[in-house]
Design a protein. Structure first.
Lengths: 258, 477
């Protein structure tokens, strides 16, 4: 991966939302929060009904035929030249960074390049294209943030989450030890190498818990499911939430006081 | 190495390592220290530019590899260095053994060389009744313990001071001590005598300079200098990929190597060997040999994408930053090169069938690729090798040795089913809606996942359903 300068477009009127299959099935509230946050910025959000999965599970398992098969269907979903927003660094990275490689030399290469170029991770888009200004309406709270490896390294978004949280006056962000280290999810890695993956997530839960927070946020559902699931299994107090859900809940007008 | 005894038993090794708190503690502490040192070493450098330069230098050298090797051969011979070519490790070992025999050598002193580990040189020499002693402190410890290196730069990093003290007490009678200086001094005294009496010195090479026939050797302990100057015969052994066009190419690579490896701006010793002792010189070996070892590298070279593996300058930064390596240590891999570089190099050298669990043993977190001083796209190459493991791309047929080892009988059908469902939006929506509807039936045990985590349970409605409901709700009646 080369370090290229990222170009942001001016704030558009319309965008596509690619919800990701994990949000679809396990964390729909994060997808709805994304919708609400974007609409509050005056953006018309189109959610193509025929979206399924970006194809990453097959891609990282080396099953390129199946990955291409599923990814090709997603290429059909975005006919207008609007930005494509993905509430995940991992799935966003799959489309923005790996689709061109996946379709290289095929009839779909140009389409894949086009779609890759207008795909953005959603929190990055809120911060750097919408220039969102968040007004915190919640009680003071301390949270920690886990930035996914794909958001951090593949998409170069390590600063985005902390900057958004920094806009919330009642939120204190605590940093855990080894913050940049992987939580051990890695998709099929967690299934194929459960012992190493398990050791990694246990260390991550310990590091987050040691900051003294009871809540952590992350903008990737794989990490969320992994870390939160481990904390639950251990009976730890730590609970996780998608960053978008957290941002929306803290700033919505009709917020009920907790 | 296990290439004659079947595939590397990675999973059992991992379990043993994870159950050993000593190993986990030793590696975590050591790797944390190395990561800090590296970060500080690059504080005042434009690191990304330097990495881009390093990558370009290595790529350029690889593009011209055949010509550069011929030039190196010519220049070295002109300098009085005897050059030998070895197709594989066994051939290299035989060449080296022959040189030793011809000189009636009984005692060999060795500087650190990973390629000599790769070809199990010490074992070969031992069989020829030639005693080889490792002189790098870490290698010396590992050899004494009858182990193999657990890290390519710090071979004994898996041992703490107490373990080393106990070992040296048992094997050399050194008084037990937790003072690392005392232990080092004891090793130094014992090694010094061996340097003086050795018949042959064997070293590795960090950079072989083609246009001047210079062999560069990077080291910290002075053992490399002694190995290459005190014995009457010096044999340098290296993989064929270590050649660079000129000394100009060495500067950026050296800057990257020492900072990435140990956080040093420069090592204590940097040796540039350009030939045997000249008539007007007082010291140095009377004979210098260079053994160029292929051992599978030219096969790696054939594939443009995988050939990037050969850019490696063996700094070890990828292992220092790897969350998997940090937890299981180098021995779990059971191969000469462990960690991320091992996971892409060993399957290509040994065959995927010998290292079936290597490509998948990564969360693809990207830490290795982020720190690699020559920008080897390690995560991308891991994905490529996963594809090779399952013969997963009909557009790019697999060709790495042992490909298809993980194809499986059931798995292809699972993936076909997965693809079928995810390319049919109606079927996908039905499937996910059913998962939401019957969420309480989600199994509570899901293989290895639930050994460490609670099983995830689908939400009551899918995002598709929730958005549909939202649209209906908002539509003016």
């Amino acid at each position: 991966m080369t370090d290229s300068i990222k170009m942001y477009p001016p704030k558009p009127d319309r965008v596509y939302l690619f919800g990701t299959c994990l949000i679809d099935i396990f964390y729909p509230e994060a997808g709805l929060a994304a919708l609400s946050l974007l609409e509050r910025e005056g953006i018309d959000v189109h959610f193509p009904d025929d979206q399924t999965c970006c194809g990453q599970p097959a891609y990282t398992s080396g099953r390129m035929d199946e990955a291409r098969d599923v990814a090709r269907r997603q290429l059909d979903l975005f006919p207008e030249p609007w930005p494509i927003l993905v509430p995940s660094g991992s799935c966003g990275g799959m489309i923005a960074k790996h689709y061109p490689h996946l379709f290289e030399g095929t009839d779909d290469a140009a389409r894949a390049e086009d779609i890759a170029a207008r795909t953005f991770e959603l929190t990055d888009f809120l911060l750097n294209v919408c220039h969102v200004r968040l007004e915190d309406k919640g009680e003071p709270v301390q949270v920690a943030m886990h930035t996914s490896c794909s958001a951090r390294r593949e998409m170069g978004l390590a600063e985005v989450g902390p900057q958004l949280l920094g806009q919330l006056s009642g939120v204190t962000l605590k940093e855990q030890a080894h913050a940049a280290e992987c939580c051990g999810f890695g998709g099929s890695f967690a299934v194929r190498h459960p012992e190493v993956s398990g050791a990694m997530v246990q260390d991550k839960v310990a590091a987050l818990s040691e900051t003294g927070v009871q809540h952590f946020v992350t903008s990737d559902c794989g990490c969320l499911m992994n870390i939160d699931g481990c904390a639950q299994k251990q009976g730890a107090k730590l609970r996780g939430e998608h960053l978008l859900s957290f941002l929306w809940q803290r700033t919505r007008e009709d917020r009920t006081h907790d | 190495m296990t290439d004659t005894h079947g595939a590397v038993p990675f999973h059992p090794n991992v379990r043993t390592a994870l159950d050993n708190p000593q190993i986990r503690g030793n590696f975590r502490r050591a790797m944390d220290g190395l990561m800090d040192k590296r970060r500080l070493a690059f504080d005042d450098w434009e690191l990304d530019k330097l990495r881009t330069l390093g990558s370009a230098v290595r790529l350029n050298a690889l593009h011209h590899l055949p010509e550069l090797l011929e030039q190196l051969d010519t220049r070295c011979r002109a300098n009085g260095i005897q050059v030998h070519w070895a197709r594989d490790g066994d051939e290299a070992c035989a060449l080296i053994t022959d040189i030793c025999r011809r000189r009636n050598a009984r005692s060999v002193i060795k500087g650190k060389s990973m390629v000599s580990e790769e070809m199990e040189l010490n074992h070969h020499l031992e069989q020829a009744d030639i005693e080889a002693l490792e002189s790098d402190l870490g290698e010396y410890i590992v050899q004494m313990a009858e182990e193999t290196p657990s890290h390519i730069i710090m071979p004994a990093i898996h041992k703490n001071t107490r373990e080393i003290s106990d070992l040296m007490h048992d094997k050399t009678g050194t008084e037990p001590s937790l003072d690392a200086r005392y232990l080092t001094a004891s090793a130094r005294a014992q090694l010094r005598e061996r340097f003086m009496n050795a018949d042959v010195g064997i070293s590795g090479v960090n950079f072989a300079v083609a246009d001047s026939g210079t062999l560069c050797l990077v080291e910290n302990e002075g053992n490399g200098r002694l190995t290459t100057t005190v014995p009457p015969c010096h044999i340098a052994v290296t993989g064929i990929e270590k050649v660079v066009p000129s000394l100009d190419d060495v500067a950026p690579l050296l800057a990257l190597l020492t900072r990435s490896a140990t956080g040093q701006p420069i090592t204590t010793y940097f040796n540039m060997i350009s030939g045997p002792r000249q008539p007007d010189e007082q010291d140095g070996p009377e004979e210098v040999h260079l053994v160029l070892v292929d051992n599978g590298r030219s096969e790696v070279y054939q594939d443009e994408e995988l050939a990037e593996t050969l850019k490696c300058i063996r700094c070890g930064a990828c292992m220092n930053h790897c969350p998997v390596y940090t937890r299981v240590g180098g021995h779990a891999y059971g191969t000469t090169y462990p960690g991320p570089i091992g996971k892409i190099l060993m399957p290509q050298l040994m065959g995927l069938d010998q290292t079936p669990d290597f490509p998948s043993a990564s969360s693809l977190c990207g830490a290795c690729g982020e720190v690699c001083p020559v920008r080897i796209p390690i995560p991308q190459l891991l994905v490529r090798l996963r594809q090779e493991s399952v013969d997963g791309d009909s557009l790019h047929p697999a060709h790495v040795k042992g490909h298809g080892v993980k194809r499986g009988r059931l798995e292809p059908w699972i993936w076909r089913g997965w693809a079928w469902m995810h390319r049919s939006p109606a079927l996908y929506r039905l499937g996910t809606a059913l998962a939401a509807r019957f969420r309480r039936l989600t199994p509570s045990r899901l293989g290895g996942w639930t050994d460490y985590r609670r099983a995830p349970r689908p939400a009551a409605t899918t995002l598709h359903q929730a958005i549909k409901a939202r649209r209906t709700h908002r539509r003016p009646s």
